[in-house]
Design a binder for this molecule. Structure first.
Ligand SMILES: [Zn+2]
Length: 128
C-alpha cells in the first residue's frame, strides 16, 4: 500500500515538532507528516496576503503531490515568533480558519494549541 501523508503548518520552534507530529499521526493515521514551518505560523496565517504568499504554495504541494487530505495549523505556548496570551493565539487561529475556508482546499483542517506541557488541544475544525 502507498504511504499516506498529512500536512502540518507548524512553528519553527524545535519543542513543538515531535509532539505535533506524533499527535497528527495518531489523529489521522498518516505514515508521514509534511511540515511547513514559520516563526509564529498562526500570526502569519491570520493575514490573508502573507498566508497565501508564503504558505499556500507549499500546502498545494502536500495536497497534490502527496495526496494529503488532512491539515493542522499550530499555535503554541511561549512562541518567540508570535508572543502573547493563549487568548491572542486563539484569536489568530480563528482568523486563519476564516482565510483557509475561502481557499476551498477540500481538506479536513484542524486548528490546534500546544500548551506548556506540549500537550495538544484541538481548538476547532473545518470540514471539507
Ligand atoms: Zn513559535
Amino acid at each position: 500500500m502507498a504511504s499516506t501523508f498529512a500536512t502540518v503548518i507548524n512553528c519553527m520552534d524545535g519543542r513543538v515538532q515531535n509532539p505535533v507530529n506524533e499527535w497528527m499521526k495518531a489523529k489521522t493515521g498518516a505514515d508521514y507528516i509534511d511540515v511547513i514551518t514559520e516563526a509564529g505560523p498562526d500570526k502569519i496565517m491570520a493575514s490573508t496576503a502573507t498566508a497565501s504568499r508564503l504558505i499556500l504554495k507549499r500546502i498545494l504541494v502536500s495536497r497534490d503531490k502527496h495526496n494529503s487530505k488532512e491539515m493542522a495549523l499550530v499555535a503554541h505556548y511561549d512562541c518567540a515568533g508570535n508572543p502573547g496570551s493563549k487568548e491572542m493565539h486563539l484569536d489568530h487561529l480563528k482568523k486563519a480558519a476564516k482565510i483557509m475556508e475561502t481557499w476551498n482546499l477540500g481538506m479536513h483542517i484542524m486548528l490546534i494549541w500546544a500548551d506548556e506541557n506540549w500537550d495538544i488541544e484541538l481548538i476547532s475544525e473545518i470540514h471539507p
